[in-house]
Write a protein that binds this ligand. Structure first.
Ligand SMILES: *Cc1c(COP(=O)(O)O)cnc(C)c1O
Length: 223
C-alpha cells in the first residue's frame, strides 16, 4: 500500500513541488518500503527518533526535521539533518548555527510562520520574521541558511479559511523574496500542506508538502 499511495500522490502533484514523506511514529520497515518506491526525503518530528532511523537506513536519504524544536537536542542531528522546518525562535537559530559550525556544515532552515488562527500552533509573526532577518546578529550567522518559510494551517474543513491562511503566507513570501538577498538567506521554499490540504496548499503557492498519513496510514500514538 505504501508504494501505491506514494505513487498516487506523486502523480497528483506538479514535479516542481517537493514531497516530504512524514514517517513519524512509523517503523523502519515502512520507511524501507517507501525508499524502495523511490522516496528519498523523509520528515520526522522527534530528534531521537530521526537519529535512530538515520542510523538504520541508507545514507542517501535527506532527513527533514518538521517538529517543534528543543534547542538542547539540536546537537544530536547537526551532523546529518538536511532541512529544519520549524525554526520559531531566534535563539534556536543561533543554536543551530553553533552546532552546524562544529561539523563544518551549513544547515538549511525554514522559519515557521504562524498562519493558523488557533492559539495552539507555534510560529513567528510576520513582524518577528522581519525583525530577525534584518538584525545585525542574523547577518553574522554563517552556518545556517534560511531557504524559506513553513506554515501550518488551522485544523478545519473550511476551504475558504485554509485558502486565506495559505495565500497570506504566499504573499509575504513573495514580498520577502524580492527584498532580501544575503548569503545566509535565499528564499525559495514554501513548506505548506499536509495530507488533508496539500492540493489546496499547492494551488496557493506551496513548493513543498509534508504528507504522512496519506502515505503510511493513520498513526497510532499509543503503540
Ligand atoms: C505530522 C505532521 C505532518 C503530516 O501530517 P499528515 O496529516 O499525516 O499528513 C505534516 N507537518 C507536520 C509539522 C507534522 O507534524
Amino acid at each position: 500500500m505504501i508504494k501505491e499511495n506514494l505513487l498516487a500522490i506523486k502523480k497528483s502533484i506538479p514535479e516542481t513541488v517537493t514531497l516530504v514523506a512524514v514517517s513519524k511514529t512509523k517503523p523502519i520497515e515502512d520507511l524501507k518500503e517507501a525508499y524502495a518506491a523511490g522516496q528519498r526525503i523523509f520528515g520526522e518530528n522527534k530528534i531521537q527518533e530521526m537519529v535512530d532511523k538515520y542510523d538504520a537506513l541508507p545514507k542517501d536519504i535527506q532527513w527533514h526535521m518538521i517538529g517543534h524544536l528543543q534547542s538542547n537536542k539540536v546537537k544530536y542531528m547537526a551532523h546529518f539533518v538536511d532541512l529544519i522546518h520549524g525554526v520559531d525562535k531566534f535563539s534556536t537559530l543561533k543554536e543551530i548555527n553553533k552546532q552546524a559550525k562544529k561539523h563544518n556544515r551549513v544547515i538549511n532552515c525554514l522559519l515557521q510562520v504562524k498562519i493558523a488562527k488557533e492559539e495552539t500552533k507555534f510560529g513567528l509573526s510576520f513582524d518577528e520574521i522581519e525583525e530577525i532577518l534584518s538584525s545585525e546578529e542574523f547577518a553574522t550567522l554563517e552556518n545556517i541558511k534560511i531557504i524559506g518559510f513553513m506554515g501550518m494551517a488551522t485544523f478545519t474543513d473550511n476551504q475558504q479559511q485554509l485558502k486565506e491562511e495559505f495565500s497570506s503566507l504566499k504573499s509575504f513570501f513573495d514580498i520577502k523574496k524580492t527584498q532580501i538577498s544575503a548569503i545566509n538567506c535565499n528564499l525559495k521554499t514554501l513548506s505548506m500542506g499536509m495530507s488533508g490540504d496539500y492540493l489546496l496548499a499547492i494551488e496557493n503557492g506551496s513548493t513543498m508538502v509534508r504528507v504522512g498519513s496519506s502515505i503510511f496510514g493513520h498513526r497510532n500514538y499509543n503503540a
